[in-house]
Design a protein around this ligand. Structure first.
Ligand SMILES: C[S@@+](CC[C@H](N)C(=O)[O-])C[C@H]1O[C@@H](n2cnc3c(N)ncnc32)[C@H](O)[C@@H]1O
Length: 253
């Protein structure tokens, strides 16, 4: 069970406000190059692929063959159907591909939805070729100042309550270690959004729908956060300021 239901409304909200424009992902492009060493036809299992934003981006950037595995029918329906992307119903504990058929696995903001991390790690071990990396894009609660740079957290600080329950780096390494993976690297990757504060304010309800820590806020916490945002938006320049935050890339092999 995911922490929130990824139904039609959530899928539409996710696509509207959570997908990061490609020009904000330059550092991820560089990191994928370094850790996956992609060539056209390299097979990447995108586990918990969501609306397929990374599947499409990676297929365009590197000519990858992406296996986009996603449990929610509503999210899956948004994944672009085109050569280079195979859309599959499945989840991290049941990946519908043969043994040793992928050159890498990509899990972007998915770990906290996986109910049994050990079982998922074993299943990922099964589908990867020996030596292939698991690339995890994630906010980890034990990377202390992570949330400080997350712009949503700036306005809605109580989102920390939910993030604190997500798997830590240590817990993740332990689960994947039991399946035979070792820590390869852990680095911060920055990403940039260009949404103006006025836009964010106008779409605050949509963000709340699309984001599990925002969903867990009480009405009062949400109202207070929106008020902070309103005051900041009133004082902000009209031109959208680029906002940079970072997430971790944890690589296991
Ligand atoms: C926050 S979204 C991230 C989507 C995408 N990876 C991205 O970064 O845009 C989390 C996704 O994980 C999926 N999910 C939930 N439980 C899962 C599981 N056990 N295994 C794999 N994916 C899961 C959800 O359906 C949802 O699409």
């Amino acid at each position: 069970m995911a922490r929130i239901s990824y139904d039609d409304d959530t899928a539409a909200a996710y696509q509207e406000v959570r997908e990061i424009p490609r020009d904000g992902l330059a550092q991820w492009r560089d990191a994928l190059r370094r850790h996956l060493n992609p060539v056209p036809g390299t097979t990447l299992a995108d586990i918990g692929a969501g609306t397929g934003t990374f599947a499409a981006t990676f297929s365009d950037w590197f000519g990858l063959a992406v296996l986009a595995v996603e449990p929610s029918a509503a999210m899956r329906a948004q994944i672009p159907r085109r050569p280079g992307i195979q859309v599959l119903a499945g989840d991290a504990g049941a990946i519908p591909v043969p043994d040793a058929s992928a050159d890498g696995a990509w899990l972007s903001t998915v770990l906290h939805h996986i109910p049994d991390l050990e079982a998922a790690a074993r299943e990922i071990r099964r589908v990867l070729r020996p030596g292939a990396p698991v690339l995890i894009r994630q906010g980890f609660p034990d990377r202390a100042d992570w949330a400080d740079t997350w712009w949503v957290h700036h306005w809605f600080p109580e989102t920390t309550r939910t993030v604190a329950t997500w798997p830590s780096v240590e817990r993740t390494c332990e689960a994947f270690g039991a399946a035979g993976f070792g820590l390869d690297s852990l680095e911060r990757i920055s990403e940039t959004y260009r949404t103006s504060l006025a836009d964010f304010l106008a779409k605050a309800d949509t963000f709340r729908q699309a984001d599990s820590p925002m969903r867990a806020l009480t009405e009062e916490e949400f109202r207070r956060g929106r008020e902070r945002l309103r005051r900041a938006a009133d004082n902000a320049a009209e031109t959208p300021e680029p906002r940079t935050s970072w997430l971790d890339l944890l690589v296991l092999r």
